[in-house]
Design a protein around this ligand. Structure first.
Ligand code: ATP
Ligand code: MG
Length: 242
């Protein structure tokens, strides 16, 4: 991926080792991954294999132990915390596995805060109200997260991440707490953002129906990428390339 491309992600030798006292936990081991602009990639794999850690690294939430993370050609692993945050705010929307909503302000205030932090200058395919209606949370927008169900909080977190329609969307199990009806609403929205806006999406999921929305599925095991498949068609020539 060259510089200046919108919504491209590239990692080389990406490694993350957590340390607690004398114990080292290698969570990500030498991952080389390329996600081109406008690609929709699903990441699957067993609990603890490093999926959330990889997404945190791609989004510049944490600094890797070793290796590069290029976002539109910029190596965010080399940046200061403040510079990395600036790149993230400009380019990345993040749906956290544990939502990370501020508990004591309303859903609306959570979303407005994200809008203010991330600023304007993003795509404007959808009006805010349309996003809330699509996600079925328009009536709940005055409530605080503590007053919402898990699935409602999840949809507020999704609205917060997509409201600015950034070029890259990183989603950590966005349908993990949703019933099949709401899962479908969310997946349709993500697919639409991907197809109509050309948004690059990396989505962690345990759900094969959700993964089938993606162009590629990446299988992770033990901090490594086992295989990258295209629409579930196994292509042996990909093995070892990623
Ligand atoms: N902050 C941390 N400090 C120390 N170890 C951590 C930390 N975060 C994650 N780990 C460890 O790194 C490994 C990968 O964790 P990660 O959360 O990335 O897994 P995951 O694939 O997202 O799992 P799940 O499907 O359960 O969400 C695990 O062994 C975990 O215990
Ligand atoms: Mg996780």
């Amino acid at each position: 991926m060259g510089e200046g491309l919108r919504g491209s992600i590239e990692t080389t030798g990406l490694t993350m080792i957590y340390r607690s006292g004398k114990v080292e936990v290698p969570a990500i081991r030498e991952i080389n991954l390329t996600v081109g602009p406008g690609e929709f990639v699903a990441i699957m794999g067993p609990s603890g294999c490093g999926k959330s850690t990889l997404l945190h690294l791609l989004g510049g939430l944490v600094r890797p132990t070793r290796g590069q993370v290029l976002i539109d050609g910029i190596d965010i692993a080399k940046l200061s915390d403040a510079e990395r945050t600036a790149v993230r705010r400009e380019k990345v929307g993040y749906i956290f596995q544990r939502f990370n909503l501020l508990p004591n302000i309303s859903a609306r205030a959570n979303i407005e805060l994200a809008k203010r932090i991330h600023g304007n200058g993003h795509a404007n395919l959808y009006k805010d109200d349309h996003i809330l209606a699509l996600l079925g949370i328009k009536e709940k927008i005055g409530f605080r997260p503590t007053e919402l169900s898990g699935g409602e909080q999840q949809r507020v977190a999704i609205a917060r991440a997509v409201i600015n329609q950034p070029s890259i969307l990183l989603a950590d199990e966005p349908t993990g707490n949703l019933d099949s009806h709401n899962s479908r609403l969310v997946l349709t929205l993500l697919q639409d953002l991907n197809q109509r806006l050309g948004q690059t999406i990396v989505m962690i999921t345990h759900d094969s129906e959700a993964a089938s929305m993606a162009n590629h599925v990446i299988e992770m095991r033990d901090g490594r990428i086992l295989a990258r498949t295209h629409h579930f068609v196994y292509e042996p020539e990909f093995e070892g390339l990623f």
